[in-house]
Design a protein around this ligand. Structure first.
Ligand code: SF4
Length: 120
């Protein structure tokens, strides 16, 4: 039996509430309540494969200051915990430049972890 789920669009302050009808086979039937294409694209992703950008900090050997890092692209929401565990286990050494990849394919997501600042 088809299921209807509601999402609040986060792309602008209007916060449209968008209803998505999910068919039995997991495909999207109808989308209502959006005001623009951004909202439609948002719920098409959010309804079937929700993803998030994740930021964290990593200790770097010999540095008192932690290194801020982030995912290079949004990762599946279901993988956030696993990605945070591998990020926490990283052993990094300076120098590191902002934008450097500090981990490829984090937890099998295909998404890299990159530094967001430089540490010498
Ligand atoms: S659907 Fe469009 S207008 Fe509505 S909250 Fe999303 S971005 Fe804003």
């Amino acid at each position: 039996m088809a299921e209807t789920r509601s999402f609040t669009c986060v792309n602008c302050p209007l916060g449209c509430v968008i209803d998505v009808q999910l068919e039995d086979d997991g495909t999207i039937g109808s989308i209502t309540g959006h005001t623009c294409k951004l909202g439609e694209d948002y719920v098409r992703q959010e309804a079937v494969d929700p993803r998030r950008n994740v930021s964290s900090f990593v200790c770097v050997e010999g540095c008192l200051e932690p290194l801020s890092v982030k995912t290079a692209a949004p990762i599946p929401k279901a993988k956030i915990r696993e990605v945070m565990e591998v990020v926490r286990a990283l052993k990094l050494h300076p120098p590191i430049q902002a934008g450097d990849t500090v981990l490829e394919n984090a937890a099998g997501t295909g998404i890299a972890i990159v530094a967001t600042k430089s540490l010498d």
